[in-house]
Design a protein around this ligand. Structure first.
Ligand code: 3HC
Length: 294
């Protein structure tokens, strides 16, 4: 049975993007948030993103209306009961995720596949909280979801091989390029990306170069779309700090240890673009200015 009815839990940055691409692919999507204002905020961001596509001419206005028609917001978890797959994109807290999966396990029929968009929490640990670890995978999207082509599909030792392939095919149907991987904290991208981002903070902390010169080096020397410190501000310093800590805990390798400057910035609430400041000050978002950090 192809996946047609998609449930998404969490309508933040990632959840709203996932709901959007699933609806764009023709699926019926129900997105659940804990309060209606979060549903509204998520739908606003979907509207903005679809608006960009219409403006560029990549999407017709009638197609946009059909996509809108396939999207439904709710605050009731029970509304996800007829989903073929439920994709969870809530906050990165193991206990909150486990609690959610226990509730979903009661609500959804045994055939429903559960997928987590976590970037670092063990898929196995969440899967065993349910009675269906064989129908549980990781499905890791990248920010901004409508733009980034990659999706990591993660299997655990308990994932059924046919379910795994079904989810790989679903990711391809969303217009994404799926890669297959296994349940090791950070999967492929963050295993490579996080040490690089942390090293960029160390280079700044060691006084090797300025914020702008570090960013320009990787943009102009290696063709990256964003320098590492700009990317840290984009992803969120708190998010990266939390991923790094989980990875350090798992592998006990110093390359995953968050540098003191990153910790200080998170303590100060300078979490990047969403907080208005991080490595740059976004008072004028069109012209971010490097912050003084020593
Ligand atoms: N929805 C729809 N379209 C969007 C969009 C959105 N939310 N955001 C950007 N776009 C489109 C724009 O309309 C534009 O389309 P066009 O080329 O057809 O005109 C295109 O994307 C480029 O956008 P902009 O011109 O506004 O800006 P940039 O050229 O600076 O690109 C960027 C923005 C796509 C974010 C680019 O800078 C980039 O690729 N940055 C790197 C992002 C990255 O590395 N993401 C992964 C983070 S790691 C992660 O998510 C994992 C987690 O676990 C930490």
């Amino acid at each position: 049975m192809p996946i047609e009815r998609v449930g998404v839990v969490g309508c933040g940055l990632m959840g709203s993007g996932i709901a959007q691409v699933a609806a764009q692919a023709g699926c019926q999507v129900t997105v659940r948030e804990i309060a209606s204002q979060f549903v509204e905020k998520g739908f606003e961001s979907i509207e903005k993103s679809l608006g960009r596509l219409v403006e560029k001419g990549t999407l017709g206005a009638s197609d946009r209306d059909q996509i809108r028609g396939r999207l439904r917001g709710t605050t009731k978890l029970e509304d996800l009961e007829d989903s073929d797959i439920v994709i969870e994109a809530i906050l990165e807290q193991l206990n909150a995720k486990k609690e959610l999966y226990v509730a979903l396990d009661r609500i959804c029929p045994p055939a429903t596949i559960f997928a987590s968009n976590t970037s670092s929490i063990s898929i196995t640990e969440m899967a065993v909280a349910t009675g269906r670890p064989d129908r549980f995978v990781g499905l890791h999207f990248f920010n901004p979801v409508p733009v980034m082509k990659l999706v990591e599909v993660i299997r655990t030792i308990a994932t059924d091989a046919a379910v795994f392939e079904e989810v790989v095919a679903f990711a391809a149907r969303l217009g994404k390029a799926p890669v297959r991987t296994t349940d090791r904290t950070g999967f492929i991208v963050n295993r490579l990306l996080v040490p690089y981002l942390l090293d960029a903070v160390r280079v700044l902390e060691d006084g090797l170069a300025s914020t702008e010169d570090i960013d320009n080096s990787m943009k102009l020397g290696c063709g990256h779309p964003m320098g590492p410190l700009t990317l840290l501000d984009f992803v969120g310093l708190d998010t990266t700090y939390s991923i790094a800590r989980i990875m350090f805990d798992e592998f006990k390798e110093s390359r995953f240890a968050p540098p003191p400057l990153l910790k200080r910035m998170v303590l100060a609430g300078w979490n990047g673009r969403k907080a208005g400041r991080g490595f740059y000050d976004y008072a004028d978002a069109t012209k971010p200015k490097p912050m003084r950090l020593s």
